[in-house]
Design a protein around this ligand. Structure first.
Ligand SMILES: *Cc1c(COP(=O)(O)O)cnc(C)c1O
Length: 379
């Protein structure tokens, strides 16, 4: 069933590609992650990059209804976009913190910055001084990823200065795991040990280390809050193991035309595919201009939903607005123009498509373009 406020203004039949987002599966994924936590541990949600390409305006209210009250975005503008969707009972944390000069804007929109550096701490402290009030913030420590966060030296210098956090109310101390998708990687334990040590240099506040994959590594990684993103959207948080999450995204591409070609006939730019047998080729109306990765040409698979057992190879180089699929194995199954094949779906998971494109599910989802007809389903 379609939700009433389907955001795509154009009829679905106009679109070459159809992106269906299952909001019930999204909510179920949130609840299943939360149910893995001991009572009292907070399950936040990463909704940065437009909720991993799925549409933050749709995703955020569903997560709120499922019980989520802490949302992580990367940029000020992303926080401003979702702030009106949430009541004052919800906290929106801006992972990158405030760019210089935007501290007052961040505060005015009711957003909480992550303070990643001494400069960001100083800027937030001075805004608090100017306002004559205390301002909430999340403190990030660098436990070994060398990306964001205060270093051990920074923290020791701060610990020697009683006014280092004057006017700042720390809500949380956080860090991020670099190798949680490989639970046995020694960097995980090193980061956890470093996190524990660095946390002790700060006032006692709740702590957070794990995102999707870290959540599945077990209780000692959960601390007081976990911050999953990918798993909510159906990306497998346990690579190499069966996906414990429900699929949220289905991407379909519609057939424009089919043709029979003989052996030796080329398909697409650069004649990169040459048929070695009499072949039936379908041209689908999705290309790299839709954000579907061009690198999948020659590697990926499409599925006709009625024949899920047959993987249909995406052949040749992908064009901006179309791609070619070898549908020979379907024999003479009718494939009238407009027929939809799955590019991401129950029988072609995100991970498989991403692997075929030489990338990861995260990049595949966040790259999903604006040209698809989007359908949000909910019971
Ligand atoms: C993106 C991000 C998350 C969510 O990560 P997933 O792997 O998608 O669960 C959590 N914390 C931080 C700091 C992030 O940048």
């Amino acid at each position: 069933m379609l939700t009433a406020d389907d955001p795509s203004p154009l009829p679905p039949s106009w679109a070459g590609g159809i992106l269906t987002i299952d909001l019930d599966a999204l909510a179920a994924n949130y609840r299943s992650l939360r149910d893995r936590l001991a009572p009292g541990i907070v399950c936040a949600a990463a909704v940065k990059a437009d909720a991993y390409g799925l549409g933050a305006r749709k995703v955020v209210p569903v997560l709120h209804a499922a019980g989520c009250r802490t949302f992580f975005v990367a940029h000020l503008a992303e926080g401003v976009e979702i702030r009106p969707l949430l009541d004052a009972d919800s906290t929106i944390v801006v992972l990158n913190g405030a760019m210089p000069g935007t501290e007052a804007d961040l505060h005015a929109h009711g957003l909480v910055p992550v303070l990643n550096s001494v400069e960001q701490v100083a800027a937030w402290r001075s805004l608090a001084r100017v306002r004559g009030t205390s301002l909430p913030a999340v403190l990030q420590v660098d436990s070994g990823m060398s990306r964001f966060g205060l270093s051990e030296d920074n923290l020791r210098a701060m610990a020697d200065r009683p006014d280092a956090l004057a006017g700042i109310t720390p809500l949380l101390v956080m860090s991020h795991l670099a190798c949680a998708d490989e639970p046995a990687h020694p960097a995980n334990h090193a980061q956890r040990a470093s996190f524990l040590r660095l946390r002790d240099l700060l006032p006692p506040v709740p702590a957070s280390l794990a995102a999707s994959s870290g959540l599945f590594m077990g209780d000692v990684w959960h601390f007081d809050m976990v911050r999953p993103g990918a798993a909510l959207y159906g990306i497998n948080p346990t690579p190499g193991w069966p996906n414990p999450m429900r699929p949220v995204v289905r991407l379909q591409a519609r057939i424009v035309q089919t043709r029979m070609i003989g052996p030796g006939t080329a398909v697409g730019y650069g004649a990169a595919f040459i048929a070695d047998r009499p072949s039936r080729i379908a041209t689908l109306a999705v290309g790299y201009g839709d954000g579907f990765p061009r690198a999948i040409g020659g590697h990926g698979t499409a599925i006709l939903p009625a024949r899920p057992e047959i993987g249909l190879p995406i052949v040749g180089r992908m064009s901006m607005d179309c791609l070619a699929v070898d549908v020979t194995e379907l024999d003479d199954t009718p494939l009238p123009p407009g027929t939809a094949l799955d590019l991401i779906g129950p029988h072609c998971p995100i991970e498989a498509a991403a692997l075929a494109a030489g990338t990861i599910g995260y990049e595949l989802l966040t790259g999903l373009g604006a040209r698809y007809h989007r359908i949000y389903t909910a019971k």
